[in-house]
Design a protein around this ligand. Structure first.
Ligand code: HEM
Length: 477
């Protein structure tokens, strides 16, 4: 399993703007035509609709149901598998019969069929990988399925793509922005933001859940954390969509867009850091630039990269959790009734269940640093090992009735924030707080909020996102 040379690179740039106009990712060579379509070197140009079809990959399942396929056939490298209505059942079959399975290709990315990776589906194996960073590294080729060159990996991913000792050092510095004191200093802003978001729709009687409720809160909270002015919030939103929606033609058609969005965020973070060094304020950005551990500080570039990670990691994840939570409560009115009857008692377990149920981050990858074994599977040094949190969170050996949404679930050892290794989500407590505050607000003011149409799902095997979802409720003030 070695195709490491097939990595992402930019081969052509517009001489005037410096914008990437051609490059390579995995096996796919791309070139931007004047109309914005991607063309292969053979001259075939693809529109974004055609690219969508290509990215869907081979329909290996056809009309069969999950129960009728041989687990060895289950092809997680095809986009169609991730769009399939029985996706959970397919993963269940893998957990049962082929818990660590060989896979090929990056879903939704045409031309990557020579990328090999292992899909890790059981909770215990995800824990094993996550808790042994010396054997399963984050800093070799990055933490998504396709390899990213080291310079880009750190630039776009900051600590998420690093290993000890560098990870330990930078994470310690960054943690100063996530102490309980820092998180609680945001409480009032989170509550105020949630109230204003509900105020804006309360009299309407209908809304789009994602645009009007789930998306604004996490973005605004990150902007509050970093002291970003309101007029820049929309741009942050667009840039994070491009990075996390990669593979969904609605958001991005080229690798160039991806890299230039990352670059713009990085530059913004740099500017912020330099500004706070000159003029300290009472915000977390200031705490971060002035933080010192063992005589070391973050450089402006480290802060710029962390800013990219923060905008990306804190945004779409929490949005996805809130969207799935609203959908789940609509589909399970009895669970909503339990929460309404005892908001204080049920709140904490409900939030945890929403995060398990949503599993906003579908996977993170590690790279084996030595020959080893996982389950009964032999893994070679250099292999890509992909932890499927979404699957681990439905593992029946850990969760009773795993396919039931249960707001009072008490033992809830989910891995949606990671499985306990050194990269465990730094923003977990902030995310829990945001979800809790938003649902307290919704349950009090729009208690009958109900989804009225099919969710429009993000085409991604990385973020379990929802792009749009209509809902209705009794108007109020
Ligand atoms: C429901 C919402 C969220 C989910 C499901 C989530 C999930 C995750 C996951 C799975 C990881 C990787 C864990 C690992 O590799 O072991 C992670 C890392 C991270 N998350 Fe979150 N996250 C959420 C919200 C947030 C928020 C609100 C922030 C910040 C404002 C944030 C900041 C981070 C950072 C900085 C890391 C990197 C930690 C490291 O590499 O050491 N996350 N998150």
């Amino acid at each position: 399993m070695d195709n490491r040379s097939e990595s992402e690179e930019i081969t052509e740039r517009d001489p005037l703007t410096g914008r990437a106009t051609g490059g390579r990712i995995g096996g796919l060579e791309w070139r931007l035509s004047p109309e914005g379509a991607i063309s292969h070197p053979d001259g075939t140009a693809y529109t974004s609709d055609e690219l969508r079809e290509l990215g869907n990959g081979v329909d290996w399942i056809g009309d069969r149901s999950a129960g009728d396929v041989d687990p060895a056939e289950i092809d997680l490298g095809q986009g169609v598998t991730w769009l399939h209505p029985e996706r959970e059942q397919l993963l269940e079959r893998l957990r049962h019969d082929l818990p660590v399975s060989p896979q090929r290709g990056i879903p939704f990315l045409a031309g990557t069929s020579d990328w090999d990776w292992w899909a890790v589906t059981r909770h215990a194996d995800v824990m094993e990988v996550s808790r042994h960073p010396e054997l399963f590294a984050s800093g070799r080729g990055g933490t998504n399925i396709g390899d990213i060159p080291d310079e880009i990996a750190e630039f776009l991913g900051s600590i998420i793509n690093m290993d000890a000792p560098r990870h330990t050092k930078i994470r310690r510095l960054i943690s100063t922005g996530f102490t309980p004191k820092q998180v609680s200093s945001l409480e009032e802003a989170v509550a105020r933001r949630a109230r204003t978001i509900v105020d804006a729709i309360a009299e309407q009687g209908t809304c789009d859940v994602v645009r009007d409720i789930a998306a604004p809160l996490p973005l605004q909270v990150i902007c509050d954390m970093m002291g970003i002015p309101a007029e820049d919030e929309q741009r942050m939103f667009e840039l994070s969509n491009v990075i996390l929606g990669f593979g969904d033609p609605e958001y991005v058609t080229t690798v160039g867009d991806l890299v230039s969005s990352g670059m713009e965020l990085f530059q913004y973070g740099l500017g912020l850091a330099e500004q706070r060094l000159r003029e300290p304020r009472d915000d977390i950005a200031t705490a971060l630039v002035h933080a010192e551990v063992d005589g070391e500080r973050l450089t402006a570039a480290e802060l710029g990269s962390f800013f990219v990670l923060l905008v990306v990691a804190g945004n779409e994840t929490t949005r996805t959790a809130i969207s799935h939570g609203i959908l789940a409560l609509s589909q399970h009115p009895e669970e909503r009734a339990k929460w309404l009857a005892d908001p204080v008692g049920v709140g904490p377990t409900a939030v945890e269940e929403i995060v398990r149920w949503a599993s906003p981050v579908i996977h993170f990858r590690r790279t084996a640093t030595a020959d080893t074994e996982l389950g009964d599977q032999r893994i070679a040094e250099g292999d890509r090992v992909v932890m499927l949190y979404l699957s681990a969170n439905r593992d029946g050996t850990v969760f009773s009735e795993p396919d039931r949404f249960n707001v009072t679930r008490s033992a809830n050892d989910h891995v949606a924030f990671g499985a306990g290794g050194p990269h465990f989500c730094l923003g977990a407590n902030l995310a829990r707080r945001e979800i809790r505050v938003m649902f307290d607000e919704l349950l009090t003011r729009l208690p009958d909020l109900t989804v009225t149409g099919e969710p429009d799902r993000l085409r991604s095997a990385f973020i379990n996102g929802i792009k749009r979802m209509p809902a209705a409720f009794t108007p109020t003030r």
